[in-house]
Design a binder for this molecule. Structure first.
Ligand SMILES: Cc1cc2nc3c(=O)[nH]c(=O)nc-3n(C[C@H](O)[C@H](O)[C@H](O)COP(=O)(O)OP(=O)(O)OC[C@H]3O[C@@H](n4cnc5c(N)ncnc54)[C@H](O)[C@@H]3O)c2cc1C
Length: 462
């Protein structure tokens, strides 16, 4: 077992402090809307570095944040005057094709994970953005274009190594799997982001997949929105499990994206026929490996908007016409071209397959996930605080998401709704009390604490 005995603890790994030339790069997150000035950033190279960093933080009474891919949309994986324990340089992958499992270091991003698995002829479900940390996506759920086929990323998590706070001011690495600390494994499947400990490696169930059909269809303008949305929400969550699709609605076009795992182009277009038969979309298909398709749809980070604000919403009943009109009306007056409304079909394996031992993920019965999103500013351009678009985009997105509230239920912890009144129930529904009990067991002193961290059960007043 890796644990600390040395007192006082010393920081190990790659250490970056204010004044170091790489400090600005080391402290910046993906969403430039938020900036922080931590006292120190530790880029752990091995589990002992994480143990040492957590012990040091406790001995020095310093706030802790855990970070991997830096995509936390509210900037909560960083903190002023605290320590950031960053696992992104812990990159490793061991794939066991015989048992269909893979153990990866917590530093892999999603593109790296998809690529490594692809080389072995396997896949696991992840989100769609390659630079998102695999660990950050998995611990909150993790959905994308293989979701209906293989479930949430968290459904495929079968074990993790986790550094937890121990004793008065120490830290230790433990295993969470079906036999050891199985309550923690349950919690990590959907509620693990920065709440219980620092995950240093993850073991997944993986799936043989060598060929995928990727379909894109584009309708110019928004005049087909009602027909496309209606056809999509009635068919996409109920079609063949091998097919997952998304809608991306922009101010000037509607885009359908779909992935059919192990199938033909004819099958894919037949399954999507109810949607593709609306209007006259421009349709294209690609037949390739999942890893190649995934790499192919990535957008280089410098081309992405600098600032983002999303609201996450789950939908369990089909949108009535009024809700689709709300989407059309807000999108037609979107303040920038990077603003969009995105949906991802659920059903399929998410609905059908609770992993053995269960999971904290609470939206198994959703019809689809939906997300009004605002993006603005250019990377390297003026900061968000000086950009007049900041207030405009924030007002637009707040009104947009509020207008949809009568039609949605639940929110997604990986796309946090900051300021939401009852965020715990929105994220985890009936699982909140069990999560608070598990928090009290593994982190009774709330060493892992941030704006929406789970309070231990004994701390109900918070
Ligand atoms: C552009 C974009 C696209 C996205 N697309 C999707 C999508 O298609 N599907 C989807 O499901 N989600 C999507 N997301 C949401 C994404 O899953 C979350 O933002 C995710 O939590 C980011 O993980 P990260 O490691 O990159 O971020 P970080 O900022 O490093 O961490 C995110 C959270 O996880 C915690 N954390 C990080 N590492 C660890 C660790 N080792 N142990 C414990 N806790 C840790 C952090 O403390 C923080 O709370 C998207 C986000 C963005 C910004």
């Amino acid at each position: 077992m890796t644990s600390t005995t040395a007192r006082p603890a010393e920081l190990t790994g790659r250490i970056v402090r204010p004044g170091d030339t790489d400090y600005p790069t080391a402290s910046a997150g993906y969403n430039l809307l938020f900036t922080h000035d931590p006292t120190v950033i530790v880029f752990a190279q091995e589990t002992q570095d994480v143990v040492n960093a957590l012990t040091w933080a406790r001995q020095n009474d310093t706030p802790v944040r855990v970070r991997s891919g830096r995509h936390c949309l509210e900037g909560w994986s960083n903190v002023d005057n605290g320590i950031v324990i960053d696992v992104s340089e812990m990159k490793s992958a061991t794939i066991d094709t015989a048992s269909s499992t893979a153990t990866v270091g917590a530093g892999l991003n999603q593109l790296e994970a998809v690529t490594e698995l692809g080389k072995a002829g396997f896949a696991a479900p992840t989100g769609t953005e390659g630079t998102v940390g695999l660990v950050g996506a998995t611990l909150g759920g993790g959905f994308g274009l293989l979701t209906r086929n293989f479930g949430m990323a968290s459904d495929n998590l079968i074990a993790a190594e986790v550094v937890v706070a121990s004793n008065v001011d120490g830290a230790t690495a433990i295993i969470a799997d079906e036999k050891n600390n199985s309550d923690l494994l349950w919690a990590l499947r959907g509620a693990g982001n920065g709440n219980f400990g620092i995950v240093t490696s993850l073991t997944y169930k993986i799936h043989p997949l060598t060929q995928t059909i990727y379909v894109t269809a584009t309708w110019p303008g928004l005049h087909d929105l009602r027909g496309v949305f209606e056809a999509w929400q009635r068919s996409a969550p109920h079609t063949d499990n091998r097919l997952t699709s998304q809608l991306e609605i922009h101010a000037d076009e509607i885009v359908l994206l779909g992935a059919l795992g192990a199938g033909s182009e004819t099958e894919a277009t037949q399954m999507l026929a109810p949607i593709l038969s609306v209007g006259d979309p421009d349709v294209s298909t690609v037949n390739a490996s999942w890893a190649d398709i995934y790499a192919g749809f990535q957008i280089p980070m410098p081309q992405e908007a600098a600032n983002w604000k999303f609201f996450s919403q789950f939908v369990s009943d089909p949108f009535p016409v009024e809700a689709i009109s709300v989407v059309g009306s807000f999108m037609s007056k979107a303040p920038t071209p990077d603003c969009n409304y995105m949906t991802n079909a659920f059903g399929g394996a998410v609905k059908g397959s609770e992993p053995s031992g269960g999971s904290a993920f609470a939206h198994r019965n959703a019809l689809f996930y939906a997300e009004p999103g605002a993006g603005w500013g250019t990377r390297g351009g003026i900061p968000a605080t000086a950009d007049p678009l900041t207030a405009k985009c924030q007002a637009w997105i707040a009104e947009f998401s509020q207008a949809l509230e009568p039609y949605v239920n639940g929110a997604y912890v990986n796309v946090p709704n900051a300021g939401m009144a009852d965020w715990e129930t929105a994220y985890w529904g009936p699982n909140v009390d069990r999560l608070r009990t598990i928090k009290a067991k593994y982190d009774p002193n709330a060493v892992f604490s941030f704006e929406q961290s789970i309070p231990p059960l004994h701390d109900r007043g918070r």
